[in-house]
Design a protein around this ligand. Structure first.
Ligand code: ZN
Length: 341
């Protein structure tokens, strides 16, 4: 049987990091197109400034940005630093994942299982990175990522829990670092249910009844459900608590350094575009568009005053979920040691 250790470490690292960089480059397309309702696969990459197609040799992750000194070849427009940063995040995440799942383990993982495991967690991490950036820019967490990611967590739980069940296998050393991160299928479904019933549903009902519209917390609740699907109810609880603490600290830091938190420009533009469409339409179409605006939690300007500021919660939740993936089991063990001496 082909084992992960049959391959030299430099080969595994190079392959993983290259995959992470290339998918990170694709993430930039996802971050731009998904919230705008465009197809993420076609057409190929285009310059965000002038729309010219980008050639393959100008689309090499990170390297092209450095060689072109941060400007597009077609029209010399400035390229946002976000592009190479997202690519780097993809590469770094893939490397950390390889280290967590497969490298430096006492035993050997069969290559097929290792590759499937790596692919599943890579998809999770890339989806979370995309969700964080989309939320910062548009204050929206797309269902494709939150619901799709939760589904992936439930579907891959048997693969991940099989690993836990065969902890006595010779390559069981691979499992130790995963700890709580490897959950049984039942725990995965239960964790997702806790996220759904305990957070999403109450938030949704509350907002509908109090405000007459669905809450903007809905996407955040779905993200907590995703954490439950991947890591069981302790993962959902950790994401919620750590996310809230980090969100509070983050908002406080932003308020202290900037004085106030501005709404992202894209949110203002989307609201303005919808209002313009309402002005231009009439009859049934106008009523339908007006209903869309009324039902949109971002449909009105934020109330003035720092404490009413809208701040995306998604990035803080994403951070908490990634923390749980890499450090969760160790953190929980430390906490239990301290709380239950
Ligand atoms: Zn251009």
């Amino acid at each position: 049987m082909l084992l992960v250790s049959d391959f030299p470490e430099w080969f595994l690292v190079t392959t993983a990091v290259s995959l992470g960089l290339v998918f990170g480059s694709f993430l930039n397309v996802v971050i731009y197109r998904l919230p705008r309702g465009e197809n993420v696969a076609f057409p190929g990459s285009r310059c965000p400034a002038c729309g010219s197609p980008i050639r393959g040799y100008d689309n090499v992750p990170v390297l092209s940005f450095i060689l072109l000194r941060g400007r597009a070849r077609c029209c010399r427009a400035r390229i946002s630093i976000r592009y190479p940063l997202v690519e780097l995040a993809g590469g770094l995440f893939a490397w950390s994942l390889l280290d967590l799942l497969l490298l430096d383990r006492a035993g050997d993982t069969p290559f097929g299982i290792g590759a499937a495991l790596f692919a599943a967690y890579l998809a999770l991490g890339l989806g979370l990175i995309a969700a964080a950036f989309i939320d910062v820019e548009h204050m929206v967490l797309p269902d494709e990522i939150t619901m799709g990611g939760a589904l992936l967590g439930v579907v891959t739980a048997p693969l991940r829990s099989d690993l836990a069940a065969v902890a006595s296998a010779p390559w069981a050393g691979t499992l130790a670092p995963l700890g709580a991160a490897a959950v049984a299928w039942g725990d995965s479904v239960f964790g997702a249910l806790v996220g759904f019933l305990g957070i999403w549903l109450p938030f949704d009902l509350l907002y509908r009844h109090l405000r007459g519209r669905t809450g903007m917390a809905q996407g955040d609740a779905k993200l907590v459900m995703l954490a439950g699907a991947w890591f069981g109810w302790p993962g959902a609880l950790f994401a919620l608590v750590a996310g809230a603490v980090q969100g509070t600290l983050g908002s406080a830091a932003l308020l202290l350094t900037r004085g106030r938190i501005e709404e992202p420009p894209a949110v203002r533009e989307e609201r303005a575009a919808l209002r313009a469409a309402i002005e231009a339409a009439d009859g049934e179409e106008r009523a339908a568009l007006q209903a869309e605006l009324d039902g949109d939690p971002l449909g009105t300007e934020p109330d003035p005053g720092a404490l009413q500021t809208r701040i995306p919660f998604g990035p803080f939740l994403v951070l908490a979920i990634l923390e749980y993936l890499f450090f969760g089991p160790a953190l929980v063990a430390r906490y239990l040691d301290w709380a239950l001496p």
